[in-house]
Design a binder for this molecule. Structure first.
Ligand SMILES: Cc1ncc(COP(=O)(O)O)c(C=O)c1O
Length: 507
C-alpha cells in the first residue's frame, strides 16, 4: 500500500545514504511504519502497534483537524515573520494566555534544540554572564551548545568532555539520587547543592548566566523534582545574576494532567524566567517556541542584533499550533491525561507489589516511569531486563522505550488520546512478560530451598539462554552510554558463570 520499497530495500538504502549515527528503534529488527492514526501506528503489513512513546503526536497521529488547518493555510500563504500576519500574533496571544502573566514575549523557532539554544543566548545577553548550571543526566538538544550542557550526551564522549563553563548539579531524584524519599527535605537539600555550585563558581571568578532544567527529567530517568526545589534554585540563581530556564520540550501542553505546564507542579509561587517548548507543540510539524519576560526580551534586543528565523512563526506553523491547542481544549485531553494517567499509575502500583523487578513507579498524568531493578534494596538497575522487555512488548505490538542513565526505566509518554483500555492492555502485557522473565531468571525462586536439582537445572539453562539473548541485544543496540557497560560486562560474567554451572550440573 504505502510502500515504495521492500523493508529490506529501505533498510539497505538507509544504511547507504543516512548517517550511521542516526539510530533506529529496535536495531535488531527495525519497524517500518507507513501510517498512523490516534494512538496507533501501522507497519507495511498493516500490523497495528499501540504507541506508548510518541509524545510528539500529542493530540493523536494524523489528527484530521490539524491536517486540515495545515492544508488550508498552505493553500493560502506561507511566508516568514517579516510580514505582518494575524496567525503569528493570535498564536502568541493564545500561548502566553496559558502562562503566568510575566511570561509574555514569544520567539518562534523550529525545534526543541533551537529553542534551548536561543534561551541560552537570551540568558547570556541579560547580564553578560556565561556559565550554565545543568542537571546530571540532562538532555537539552543536539546543537553544539546543547551537547555541551547535556551530561546524558557529553558523558558518552569520555572523561574531560565537560566544558569549563558548564556546572552539573545532582539530579533531584528521590529514588536513585543523593537525597532520597526518606530525607526530611529533599527539595532544600538538592537546592543547597546548586547554591554550593554557585558559590564555588563565583570563587573561581566565573558568573552564572542560567540554570536550565526540564520541569520533569525525561531522558534523565522520569524524575519528578520535589516540590519547592525550583523556587529555591531560582532564588539562588537570580541572586547570582542568572535566569531560570524551564525546558518543557517533552513535558508541556497538558501532559501532566493537573496543569498545562509541568513547572506548575511546583506551585503558584514559582515562575521561570524563560520557558522552552517543542515536540508536542505542532503534533509532528517541526516548530517550537521560547517564551520569556519583557525585560529579558528588551535586553536581548538592546544588543542591536536582529533576530531573524526563516521558518519560525510562519503562518502555516502558527495555524497548526492553534489547531493543536483547539483539540487539547475541545477533546479535554488534559483531563484525559489526568484520568488515564491516574489509572495507569494505579495499575502499575499493583505490578510493583507483585514483581521483584519493579523497583519504583513514578509519574504524573501521561508521563510515567517504571524503574526496573535487579535488587530492591540496592536498587541495581535492571538494564538488560528492560531492553528484553521492550523487545518482547514489540512482539506483542506495544511500543515502549527504556531510558534513564542506565536505560532501565520503562517510559510511558503516549499521545494524549491514550485510553483506559490502552493502559490496561499495556500493563496486562507487561505483567505477563515480567512473570515470564522472573520465572526464567529465577528471580522469584532463588531463595526457595526446596527447589529440586531438576528445577535448578532448567532454571540455569533458561537463565543462560536469557543471558545470551540480553547480551546480544545490548551489543546490537549500540546507543548505550558507557555507564551501562559495567552492566553488560556483569551480564557477560553471569552468563559465563552459568555456562560453567551448566557443565557442572550436566556431569
Ligand atoms: C528535554 C528536551 N529538550 C530539547 C530537546 C531537543 O529537541 P529537538 O530534538 O526537537 O531539537 C529534546 C529532544 O529530545 C528534549 O528531550
Amino acid at each position: 500500500m504505502e510502500e515504495r520499497y521492500s523493508k529490506a530495500e529501505t533498510l539497505a538504502l538507509r544504511r547507504k545514504h543516512i548517517g550511521p549515527s542516526c539510530k533506529v528503534f529496535f536495531a535488531k529488527d527495525p519497524l517500518k511504519i507507513v501510517r498512523a492514526q490516534g494512538q496507533y501506528m501501522f507497519d507495511e503489513k498493516g500490523e497495528k502497534y499501540l504507541d506508548c512513546i510518541n509524545n510528539v503526536a500529542h493530540v493523536g497521529h494524523s489528527h484530521p483537524y490539524v491536517v486540515q488547518a495545515a492544508t488550508k493555510q498552505m493553500e493560502l500563504l506561507n511566508t516568514n515573520s517579516r510580514f505582518l500576519h494575524d496567525n503569528l500574533v493570535q498564536y502568541a496571544q493564545r500561548l502566553t494566555a496559558t502562562l503566568p502573566e510575566k511570561l509574555s514575549v514569544c520567539y518562534f523557532v523550529n525545534s526543541g534544540s533551537e529553542a534551548n539554544d536561543l534561551a541560552l543566548r537570551l540568558a547570556r545577553q541579560y547580564h553578560g554572564h556565561q556559565d550554565v548550571i545543568t542537571l546530571e543526566n540532562a538532555y537539552h538538544g543536539h546543537l553544539t551548545s546543547l551537547i555541551d550542557i547535556s551530561p546524558y550526551k557529553f558523558n558518552q564522549l569520555g572523561k574531560d568532555c565537560k566544558k569549563e563553563y558548564v556546572h552539573v548539579a545532582p539530579s533531584p531524584d528521590i529514588y536513585r539520587g543523593k537525597y532520597r524519599e526518606d530525607h526530611p527535605d529533599p527539595a532544600s537539600a538538592y537546592a543547597e547543592e546548586v547554591k554550593k555550585i554557585i558559590e564555588e563558581t563565583q570563587k573561581n571568578g566565573r558568573k552564572i548566566a542560567a540554570f536550565i532544567a526540564e520541569s520533569m527529567q525525561s531522558c534523565g530517568g522520569q524524575v519528578i523534582p520535589p516540590v519547592g526545589y525550583f523556587q529555591k534554585v531560582a532564588e539562588y540563581v537570580r541572586a547570582a545574576g542568572g535566569v531560570f530556564i524551564a525546558d518543557e520540550v517533552q513535558v508541556g501542553f497538558g501532559r501532566v494532567g493537573k496543569h498545562f505546564w509541568a513547572f506548575q507542579l511546583q506551585g503558584d509561587d514559582f515562575v521561570p524566567d524563560i520557558v522552552t517548548m517543542g515536540k508536542p507543540i505542532g503534533n509532528g510539524h517541526p516548530m517550537s517556541c521560547v517564551i520569556t519576560t519583557r525585560e529579558i526580551a528588551e535586553s536581548f534586543g538592546a544588543s542591536g542584533l536582529e533576530y531573524f528565523n526563516t521558518f519560525g512563526g510562519n503562518p502555516v506553523s502558527c495555524a497548526i499550533g492553534m489547531a493543536v491547542m483547539d483539540i487539547i481544549e475541545k477533546e479535554d485531553l488534559q483531563g484525559n491525561a489526568r484520568r488515564v494517567g491516574n489509572y495507569l499509575l494505579e495499575l502499575l502500583a499493583e505490578q510493583k507489589k507483585k514483581h521483584p523487578l519493579v523497583g519504583d513507579i513514578r509519574g504524573v498524568g501521561l508521563f510515567v516511569g517504571v524503574d526496573l531493578v535487579k535488587d530492591q534494596q540496592k536498587r541495581t538497575p535492571a538494564t538488560a531486563e528492560a531492553l528484553h522487555l521492550i523487545y518482547k512488548l514489540k512482539e506483542h505490538q506495544i511500543l515502549l522505550s527504556a531510558d534513564g542513565p542506565y536505560r532501565n526505566i520503562l517510559k510511558f509518554k503516549p499521545p494524549m488520546c491514550f485510553t483506559m483500555e490502552d493502559a490496561k492492555h499495556a500493563v496486562e502485557t507487561i505483567d505477563a512478560l515480567l512473570t515470564e522473565l522472573e520465572e526464567a531468571t529465577g528471580m522469584k525462586t532463588e531463595n526457595n530451598a526446596s527447589a529440586n536439582i531438576q528445577c535448578k537445572r532448567k532454571r540455569v539453562r533458561q537463565s543462560y539462554l536469557m543471558g545470551t539473548k540480553f547480551f546480544g541485544c545490548l551489543v546490537e543496540d549500540m546507543d548505550i552510554p558507557p555507564l551501562t557497560f559495567p552492566f553488560c560486562f556483569s551480564q557477560l560474567k553471569r552468563v559465563l558463570n552459568q555456562k560453567v554451572q551448566m557443565k557442572a550440573l550436566a556431569t
